[in-house]
Design a protein around this ligand. Structure first.
Ligand SMILES: NC(=O)c1ccc[n+]([C@@H]2O[C@H](COP(=O)([O-])OP(=O)(O)OC[C@H]3O[C@@H](n4cnc5c(N)ncnc54)[C@H](OP(=O)(O)O)[C@@H]3O)[C@@H](O)[C@H]2O)c1
Length: 122
């Protein structure tokens, strides 16, 4: 499901992990979930993003194991070849953890969307 965020609304998520379904992304999700369930952690809201909702759901199940069902984490569809989807994504995030790859192919549009939105990309 593509969530839409009005232009001037504050971001919904402290962190959005883009490319969460990849080799690197799934380990980033696993680590983020640990912080999410730690009350003293500044990470309070998290979403995962990518081009396949089905793959992202599987990633979430894998990362949350052995917790079942996995925690309710928002899933946002976005594709690096679709700039409006990246702009929408950036409006929802304070920080974007970019795990898409290969970076030399998919990195630049993500960096551009973050720069245009004024959010931090790591
Ligand atoms: N693997 C490592 O050990 C390692 C270590 C350090 C850094 N890195 C870096 O981490 C990045 C990812 O590497 P990886 O090994 O994790 O690659 P990977 O397993 O191939 O994962 C690539 C990710 O990018 C997503 N993606 C590809 N094209 C996309 C598009 N057009 N729009 C949105 N998402 C797209 C893939 O989504 P789908 O699942 O839908 O295909 C997948 O989630 C690279 O920049 C790499 O250099 C990797």
């Amino acid at each position: 499901m593509q969530t839409t965020q009005p232009q001037n609304s504050p971001p919904l998520y402290d962190i959005v992990i883009l490319g969460a379904s990849g080799f690197t992304g799934k380990y980033v999700v696993k680590e983020a979930l640990k912080f999410l369930k730690t009350p003293s952690s500044p990470l309070k809201t998290l979403a995962i993003a990518g081009r396949s909702r089905e793959k992202l759901l599987k990633t979430l199940e894998w990362a949350a194991h052995p917790s079942s069902p996995p925690p309710h984490i928002s899933i946002i569809t976005a594709d690096t070849t679709d700039p409006p989807s990246l702009e929408s994504l950036c409006r929802q995030a304070k920080v974007l953890l970019n795990c898409v790859g290969p970076f030399r192919i998919h990195g630049e549009p993500v960096v551009a969307a973050c720069a245009n939105s004024g959010i931090l990309e790591c």
